[in-house]
Design a protein around this ligand. Sequence first.
Ligand SMILES: Cc1ncc(C[n+]2csc(CCOP(=O)(O)OP(=O)(O)O)c2C)c(N)n1
Ligand SMILES: [Mg+2]
Length: 627
Amino acid sequence: MGVEAIQLDPPTPAGYHPPNPRAVHKRFQSCPISPFLLCTTATGNSFSGGGFGGSMPQAHELIVQSLEEAGIEYVFGIPGGGTGQIFNLLVGKEDRIKAILCRHEQTAAIMADAYARASGKPAVVMGQGLFIGSNASFGIMESMLSSSPMVVLTDTSDGGNALHPANQSGSGEYGSIDLPTIIRSMTKYTSLATSPKEAVLGTQLAIKHATSGRPGPAAVVMRSASISGEVDVESPPFIHNAAGYLNTAKPQSAPQDIEKAIEILSSAKRPIIMAGNGVHQARAHAQLQQLAEMWGVPVATSYKGKSALAETHPLSLGMAGVYGQEAANLGVGDADAVIIVGAKLSPQDTVREQPNVFDPLTQRIVQIDIDERNAGWTFPIELGLIGDAGSILTQLVEASQEVAPSTASNREEWTASVPGRRSSAGFFDDPAMHVDSSPVTPQRLVALLRQTMPDDTVYALDAGNNRTWMAHLYQSAQAHTFFAPGGTAGMGWGLPAAVALKLAYPDRPVVGVTGDGGYMMTVNALSTAMQYELPMICIVFNDNALGMVRHHQPEGRRIASEFIDTDNSAVARGFGCFGVQVNDSRNLPDALRDAQASGLPSVIDVVIDRGPSPDDWRADLRTAGET
Ligand SMILES: Cc1ncc(C[n+]2csc(CCOP(=O)(O)OP(=O)(O)O)c2C)c(N)n1
Ligand SMILES: [Mg+2]
């Protein structure tokens, strides 16, 4: 029982791999008092009846131990309320788990989301209850809608006074805010800990829920008394090594369902793959490329799936959807079979369900998704393959070995049409990309970024016109180089996300692209970037306006959409960053090179020509009320 009873499943083929619990357990001994107890912590502390000076361990000690056991590397947040006690215990553990002090809970949650997307490992957001429920909610919602594993640890700050008038209380009792309800509404799983043991078990289960099935945010809201109280480790439910709860293999599909998908692919004359965010979250890029190449099948992506396959790959048709490539929308529209991989298919991805893009009446649709509810959500499908995108694509690759080459003649014409489709539809091209000017056109900005930055540069996008220009015109040269906040599509994601991406990619250039509106919302992330020496580059599309809003306001009705003149690079220099404002596109390449050479977090504030509008090329007409 206990430690010895933990069975190791075969290694998960993709996704989050917790540390091997047996390896961790080597450092534990069975407890002389109870066979269920682990007497020595990973750091050498013991917490049985004989440890901690003879007393039981406290919840916050076991919480930190659980994070370590689960292989959590980063805690993003601001100490407050009872969480301060948990932060204190991170001292001395920096080689395994690092606390990153953010300047706002919103940026903490964004950073945890972005780090998880890049690393495949859950990150923790930690801070005081009401400020997690209010400020961090932006990032929690995005991670919920973009399936990003996140663990939220927070408290109710009731101070044991929940039933009387209490300061800053989120206990949910009369006179306080109902924090568990707020957080539950935007997470996969939220538990309310009313005892020390519940705080520990809740943390362990939050890690499990965050990473299992379709990943997402999972939270523990801890009553004040539960955080520092003693945990009775001698009676059930027992506290086990958290890693042992995470060893589940990723789900695969039944062989007969794989065969059915292969039959659909092999009989199709014009099959296409539509790849989404699930390819990123499952890290299934190599399998996707392999399947596409075996069958000679073109690949389109959703917005969040951008760079699931490098857009320079000869089979890529780029991003489909409202802001996508015409080649991708026409390609999907001409297909007779569509293999959708990890894409929920929002209206922006389907061009508002226009039948000349996706049409379940004429297309055979196979949808691969980790969540059964997502397969056959937007459209009726012929077959839903439920499981991990990496595992299922691997199954499909294996099942394709003979049949793909032997049926190649079915698709010969279709595969041969891909280069023509790319060149005829203004693929990642626009005349303005080639013309220098002052102020800088958004098109030229994207072109120069693409020309100047190395192919392995990692991008975080934001909201507004700037993100549509980037998504539409920037041709990704490597897989998994674009990170997009397409869950809520909220302004302010790009800069903090870039800071966290630099933690995940210390040796690659990382660029956050944002509008001036979005920049101002989370500019505080620059201070964190300076503190932890994370030299990412932030590009600001400075049109002195909420550009997307302003474009949609008729002449004479422009209101609340224009800023005062601001030099966003001067703000950055105030933080100690490298900062430069660029008015003329001819100066942009040097600015990019100087930023990289500076070795500092950098901001390049590009003064943008307000004229060009994404509405000039978007794939559908904007509807009233849409920003
Ligand atoms: C947090 C947030 N508030 C409001 C919106 C609605 N909205 C969408 S785009 C936009 C304007 C964005 O302005 P800016 O960041 O300067 O980007 P630009 O469009 O000028 O490139 C607004 C207000 C949003 N997406 N996110
Ligand atoms: Mg703007």
